[in-house]
Design a protein around this ligand. Structure first.
Ligand SMILES: [Zn+2]
Length: 242
């Protein structure tokens, strides 16, 4: 089975839309299209036709391009059943434990509530890749808009069961801000200090810093490394106030 081609499309101020292509079947999927035009252009440049949209949660900067991409391509839109009322463009509703297919590749759907109540993630075990929306970021986690620190802690623990090599495709370039906060939580973490320096260089050069990997996050993400939900909640509140 040929590996998925995964393309990062930067849109709006700091969003990343992921274009995912199965070279064997030609199936092409978009994760969380905030907008339509740059996504359609990125697919057209490569001669790909978008067959699917997969949403992780209802926020407009993850679903705003749904209708226009569907109008242009006739694609099928899959997303969280629990948020159907807020994503009326959904054709297929899924929940944790379901499987969704892109050509020859099958993703497991995970329930990861906390940022929003119905937030889901898509894990391609065959490709060691997970699309997490706004649940985990490089050295950070999503804000707790519709859930609790207990839920986010459970999400982090579950992500922590994946292999170090698993690539984590998150939906925002928040890395530098997260790194600067993370070093205040873990001032003695040598790996974290080194990563902050690398991220400062990358951002100064205008480079993207995601996807990240579970191994990098295990070493440097204070939210994944938090020993319990109370500590995660404490540092999340500090970051919110920062
Ligand atoms: Zn969001």
């Amino acid at each position: 089975m040929a590996a998925l081609d995964i393309v990062r499309i930067p849109v709006l101020s700091d969003n990343y839309v992921w274009l995912v292509h199965d070279p064997e079947s030609g199936a092409t999927m978009v994760v969380d299209p905030a907008v339509a035009e740059p996504v359609l252009a990125a697919a057209a440049e490569r001669g790909w036709t978008i067959t699917d949209i997969w949403n992780t949660h209802w926020h407009p900067d993850h679903t705003g391009g749904n209708a226009a991409i569907k109008d242009a391509t006739g694609c099928t839109i899959t997303g969280p059943a629990a948020e159907f009322a807020r994503i009326p463009t959904l054709d297929v509703q899924v929940k944790g434990g379901d499987k969704v297919r892109l050509g020859h590749h099958v993703a497991d759907v995970w329930d990861v509530p906390a940022h929003t109540a119905g937030h889901i993630a898509y894990h391609f075990a065959s490709d060691a890749a997970i699309f997490v929306g706004d649940t985990m970021f490089a050295m950070g986690c999503g804000r707790l808009f519709e859930g609790t620190a207990e839920q986010m802690f459970a999400n982090m623990q579950k992500l922590g069961t994946l292999d170090d090599t698993t690539r984590v495709y998150c939906a925002h370039e928040y890395t530098l801000s997260n790194a600067r906060f993370a070093v205040t939580v873990e001032p003695d973490n040598v790996a974290l200090a080194a990563r902050l320096a690398a991220v400062e260089s990358a951002r100064a050069a205008g480079e993207a810093t995601v996807p990240t990997s579970i191994g990098e996050e295990r070493a440097t993400n204070p939210f994944l490394r938090a020993p319990n939900a109370a500590e995660l909640g404490r540092i999340r509140a500090l970051k919110d106030a920062a």
